[in-house]
Design a protein around this ligand. Structure first.
Ligand SMILES: Cc1cc2nc3c(=O)[nH]c(=O)nc-3n(C[C@H](O)[C@H](O)[C@H](O)COP(=O)(O)OP(=O)(O)OC[C@H]3O[C@@H](n4cnc5c(N)ncnc54)[C@H](O)[C@@H]3O)c2cc1C
Length: 434
């Protein structure tokens, strides 16, 4: 099998690129490889974890997206690169658990003329003892689902214990006060009220579902303007989330988190304190930065390795000011757009783009449950930003997700899907209970 452009990773950036190129060049010329069978927009994973978004309703199947957008989909994890032969190795797929594994798809090789690596990121535990073993991160759908099922189990156990032990409850510790940690804390608080109302009548959500957010920096949402961080802190405190800043986590066990001199009881711990590139990228023979990300130049090409590009969280790309492009969905989206233009110019026999990719920060929006959003929007003047909240901020937050869907599904289907989901949300439980 040989395809001209092979994109590995169908996430926020890679999937948009595959859809755009597929619609222009067709399945013979464009292949997408992903280790999963369906796509979820990663910024919604905190909703999956809290149970307010059903992963089976939200997920978009790659074979369907491939059929509708005109690319070829290959299911399996990329494992190795043969640069001289311009081929990738895609690992086998197994069914069942580790006890009874059965091979469903064998190892495969795919040829390429141009390769785009867009495989995202994994958690960076910074060597904190117990972090890898005892925390759940929100880097993949499976993690978010595992969190949700563990939360349901803990709520059930707390409900049963409540009649004999009045202090019974669930202690959740979120490590990392960036956007992921803050959004998860708020979403969990809202969801815990719904869980208590539906099924856990002995539990008082605010009193018995105890949520603590630990942040190492002097304030939460460190990269965002002070006003946004202050508004976010007020909203979290209103929702009875305990926020502790300027504290370093030093150890995590199965039932506790130690930070400084304090030991926090913790039955469910979320690691949202940092990401890094997937470690296997460093084995490919490509240049990598300290963070493990693949180094790319201003055209998102890997210097000295013709035909290979990287984008999104797994790429180390510096702006004209030398600052690294942040690992964000809006950067992955812009980079996908830049590479789309580059490949189309190549296909049409036009000269390559003269201008390099420049990251444009449009601002940041932080969601607090299903109704509240705060954030900042960047103006065209350098450094100037506006605080936004209320309905405007909420509509803008929702529109980001819709814009991603529009890029992969088209305008009409995105509209129909948005309407269908609006109606489904009003006829099904507000949180997923099974
Ligand atoms: C809870 C949460 C909230 C967020 N909120 C925001 C936000 O509000 N705004 C914002 O800009 N950013 C946000 N982000 C960050 C944003 O989600 C990421 O920066 C963005 O998804 C990166 O896109 P990507 O295409 O590089 O990788 P991803 O979207 O992570 O996609 C990577 C893809 O690669 C696939 N893959 C991985 N390994 C392999 C392999 N070996 N072989 C084949 N396929 C592989 C994965 O299955 C996945 O489909 C948030 C992140 C989280 C977790």
């Amino acid at each position: 099998m040989h395809s001209k452009i092979v994109i590995v990773g169908g996430g926020a950036g890679g999937l948009e690129l595959a859809c755009k190129l597929g619609r222009k060049l067709g399945p013979q010329a464009v292949t997408l490889v992903d280790s999963r069978q369906f796509h979820i927009w990663k910024p919604s994973l905190h909703e999956v974890a809290a149970g307010t978004l059903d992963v089976h309703q939200e997920g978009l199947s790659y074979p369907m997206l491939a059929h509708d957008n005109g690319f070829t989909f290959v299911y399996g994890p990329m494992q190795a690169l043969d640069e001289a032969g311009r081929r990738l190795t895609i690992g086998p797929i197994y069914s069942g658990d580790s006890g009874q594994r059965e091979q469903v798809l064998p190892e495969r090789r795919i040829g390429y003329d141009a390769l785009v690596l867009a495989v995202g990121s994994v958690s960076n535990y910074f060597g904190v003892p117990g972090a890898a073993e005892h925390t759940i991160s929100l880097n993949a759908t499976e993690d978010a689902e595992r969190f949700r099922l563990t939360l349901l189990k803990l709520l059930t156990q707390a409900e049963l214990r409540k009649s004999t032990r009045p202090e019974a409850g669930v202690d959740i510790v979120i490590i990392g006060g960036g956007a992921t940690g803050v959004e998860l804390a708020a979403e969990l608080r809202e969801a815990s009220g719904v869980y208590a109302a539906y099924d856990f009548h002995r539990l008082d959500a605010e009193r018995d579902v105890r949520i603590t957010l630990l942040e190492g920096a002097p304030r939460i949402l460190a990269p965002l303007p002070d006003k946004v961080a202050a508004a976010a802190l007020d909203l979290l405190r209103e929702r009875a989330v305990t926020v502790v800043t300027d504290t370093r986590v030093t150890a995590i066990t199965a039932d506790s988190v130690t930070a400084g001199d304090v030991v926090y009881p913790a039955q469910l711990v979320v690691w949202a304190a940092g990401i890094k590139a997937p470690p296997w990228l460093a084995q490919l023979g490509l240049p990598v930065a300290k963070s493990g990300q693949i180094e790319v130049d201003g055209h998102l090409a890997v210097p000295g390795h013709p035909g290979i590009h990287a984008l999104g969280d797994c790429a180390a790309c510096a702006g004209p000011d030398g600052k690294p492009v942040p690992p964000r969905a809006q950067a992955a989206h812009q980079q996908a757009d830049y590479l789309f233009q580059a490949f189309m110019r190549q296909h049409q026999g036009r000269a390559p783009q003269a201008h390099p990719y420049v990251y444009r920060d449009y601002g940041s929006l932080v969601s607090f449950g299903q109704t509240t959003t705060v954030g900042s929007l960047m103006g065209s003047l350098k450094g100037l930003s506006w605080f936004v909240d209320g309905l405007v901020a909420r509509l803008m937050y929702v529109s980001l997700h819709l814009m991603h869907h529009r890029a992969v599904l088209g305008t009409v289907r995105t509209g129909v899907l948005a309407l269908a989901r609006f109606l489904i949300k009003r006829s099904t439980p507000l949180v997923k209970l099974h």
